[in-house]
Design a protein around this ligand. Structure first.
Ligand code: GAR
Length: 202
């Protein structure tokens, strides 16, 4: 049995660590999928690099442990990531889900959870990585964009794709209207992708 699916007992589901920086609607989608029985997992901790991230309230309302680690309190990216890894390992997290966690991960972090970090990104990667992917799609006159869940490796938004879904770009779209249409798809895609990854490794 891999570390990812290692269970504390026969009945204990895989333990997720969800990292956020803001609104946390994808975190909420994961919480709902677990509550509805669509995803057999438990969220061991929600960690934010921002104390005022609204998404923390989704965790608190659901009775999930929260941790705030401000990156500003650390001298370097590596020191910050070491502290995050320590939190996650201390809570026996088997799969890390980045859900609007707007920080680059250092190699130290990626090596601590090899092939066990997922990210959701609002474009059809490899198209439009990095910041403002919806605006990038509009600037490119794309007629289709979408959402991607991928395994995180050491290159930005470049790890193996787990699942993707297309979303049409509609004439007159702004970055905000396109983002909202993609976000609705993300909320179904992320739980599906986490389930797929957990099933593959069972
Ligand atoms: C989502 O659209 C997510 O795909 C994106 O940030 C938003 C977070 O929303 N992530 C990235 O752009 C990562 N490169 P949420 O906080 O409501 O889940």
């Amino acid at each position: 049995m891999s570390a990812l699916t290692a269970r504390d007992s026969a009945s204990a589901p895989p333990r997720l660590g969800v990292l956020i920086s803001g609104r946390g609607s994808n975190l909420k989608a994961l919480i709902d999928a677990i509550d509805d029985g669509r995803l057999d997992a438990t969220i061991a901790v929600v960690l934010s690099n921002k104390a005022d991230a609204p998404g923390l309230d989704h965790a608190r309302l659901a009775g999930i442990a929260t941790v705030v680690l401000s990156h500003q309190a650390f001298a370097s990216r590596e020191e910050y990531d070491r502290a995050v890894v320590q939190e996650l390992k201390g809570r026996r997290v088997g799969l890390v889900c980045l859900a609007g966690f707007m920080r680059l991960l250092s190699p130290l972090f990626v090596d601590a959870f090899p092939d066990r970090i997922l990210n959701i990104h609002p474009s059809l990667l490899p198209n439009y990585p990095g910041l403002h992917p919806q605006q990038q799609a509009l600037d490119d006159h794309a007629t289709v964009s979408g959402a991607t869940v991928h395994v995180v490796n050491k290159d930005l938004d470049a790890g193996p794709v787990v699942l993707q879904r297309e979303v049409p770009v509609i004439p007159g779209d702004t970055a905000d209207t396109l983002a909202a249409r993609i976000l609705a798809v993300e909320h179904r895609l992320y739980p599906d992708a986490v389930r797929l990854v957990l099933e593959r490794r069972r």
